[in-house]
Write a protein that binds this ligand. Structure first.
Ligand SMILES: [Zn+2]
Ligand SMILES: [Zn+2]
Length: 241
């Protein structure tokens, strides 16, 4: 990982832009492929009507990838300028602990951000586009207003500006984030009933959890866990334990 960081550190601005595009379009491609695979091999019935893939959704999803690319470039520049410090931690257990801490911090911030965009009138307009998907498809995760994608990115940069996480910890968190977002927007249940019960009891968000948010936008604002929905009484009756 240190060699990779050294290469990024030595890269020119145009090389950095190319790297950022490759990483973010790579994440986009992996998410779409995983979605298609899980849907293809799912044995359960779709949770809702088939959500049509519109041309405007494709364009907006590409704009989201470009916004994420901008945030990536900003993050690397802040690191190069010494504003973001990376911890030297490379040990497996400590990296996993970092991923857990970063996920829990982001879980709270994303709950607050998501609930706010539903409550505040101006931001409600911003978030409306995502909720045009009453059911979900492979692009739903990326059908976001640029304010939302940049807002999420800046929130994450704010956290790593304040707390020095390691490069492997941040990378693993970003992979987990894409995986969670992809599974959250599946229109199929992928977990067996017993696993689903266990996930519910462990306060983990599932495809069913986020699908209910698209159906009933007054409930289930959590992204990784349902803890804040339980505490603030915004949990959907069907998601309660
Ligand atoms: Zn959604
Ligand atoms: Zn929402």
């Amino acid at each position: 990982m240190n060699n990779l960081l050294e290469i990024v550190n030595q890269a020119t601005f145009s090389q950095l832009v190319l790297l950022a595009l490759l990483v973010n379009f790579g994440i986009y491609g992996c998410s779409l492929s995983l979605y298609a695979l899980l849907t293809r091999f799912s044995t359960s019935r779709p949770m809702g009507e088939k959500q049509a893939v519109l041309r405007s959704d494709i364009l907006l999803s590409l704009l989201t990838v470009l916004c994420n690319t901008l945030v990536f470039i900003l993050g690397v520049l802040l690191w190069k300028e010494g504003w973001i410090t990376l911890s030297e931690n490379q040990q497996g257990f400590r990296v996993l602990l970092e991923v857990l801490i970063l996920t829990l911090i982001m879980d709270l911030l994303m709950y607050v951000f998501h609930r706010s965009v539903h409550l505040l009138r101006y931001f409600r307009k911003v978030h409306e586009r995502h909720h045009e998907h009453e059911s979900t498809n492979l692009l739903s995760l990326f059908v976001l207003h640029p304010i939302e994608s940049i807002g999420f990115g800046l929130m994450m940069l704010g956290v790593i500006l304040l707390v020095p996480f390691s490069a492997p910890g941040i990378s693993l968190y970003l992979i987990l984030n894409s995986l969670w977002g992809t599974i959250g927007h599946l229109n199929h249940s992928v977990l067996p009933a017993s696993w689903l019960k266990l996930a519910k009891r462990s306060y983990l968000c599932t495809s069913e959890f986020h699908y209910l948010h698209h159906q009933s936008p007054g409930y289930n604002f959590g992204f990784y866990t349902s803890v804040w929905d339980v505490l603030f009484k915004t949990i959907h009756p069907s998601s309660r334990i």
